[in-house]
Design a protein around this ligand. Sequence first.
Ligand code: NAP
Length: 265
Amino acid sequence: MKIGIVGCGGRMGRMLVNAVLDAEGCALAGGTERPGGDAVGRDIGELLGRGALGVQVVDDARTLFDVADAVIDFTAPAATVQHAAFAAETGTVLIVGTTGLSKEDEAALRAAGDRIPVVYAPNFSVGVNLLMALTERAAAILGDDYDIEIVEMHHRHKVDAPSGTALGLGRAAAAGRQVALDHVWCKARDGHTGARPKGEIGFATLRGGDVVGDHTVMYATEGERVELTHKASSRAVFAKGAVRAALWAKGRPAGLYSMRDVLGL
Ligand code: NAP
């Protein structure tokens, strides 16, 4: 399977190129950076310190979509919307890990999903997706006498908050209670907040250092507290999961899929 990586010079882009090169049954179709980017024109292998591969970083994403069976996109929301249109036009499988997408951006992914298989996940790690399934189940079993709080910590470079994964866990908890997350969420607290409303799902965001991604879902009631925690220690797990999703999506009917679909959770 020929897999292309858009934003291949980014932190995740580099991990994704390595994951494609290391995966059985996969070949690197190419990689892009935005026009004017430092990496454009460089050999992708040399960019990664792996030795020349004879494949240059290009700035024309449309060409990459023409030659790839699947493209993996961990870039930025505006770029991802554009890439979704290219994927739909060219019939290319699209795997999206970009976070911080607005409702309108997500609608663009849904529209692409009418024509091609799209896998969109705020977190491609297998462990986190297991945590999502457990979070939904625990919320359903424990009921709303247990206050749900979601705590996350990421490295100092992260630009969106709460993390896409934390929001995904919130959605899983809300689904377990059969409510819509945006009716019950509290994304930050400050000052005289009053007592905690019953049924609220709260978020707390920590940022610092090089933390890859820690998430804890707490269910607290009078007399006991349940905590479900996942800690990522290498960003390679996200890249490996995204490549697994690309292999899974090949030949599937058009649709917008999640990593939970990929893992059958
Ligand atoms: P990053 O280092 O800033 O990488 C993003 C890359 O995309 C940069 O190289 C950027 O280039 C490039 N880019 C932006 N617009 C582009 C365009 N129009 N065409 C081509 N390339 C473009 O960030 P990161 O840490 O790798 O994270 C990227 C995204 O993945 C974030 O949304 C992050 O939250 C998400 N993420 C998701 C998961 C998951 O499992 N779903 C895991 C980790 C990270 P410039 O530097 O020129 O802007």
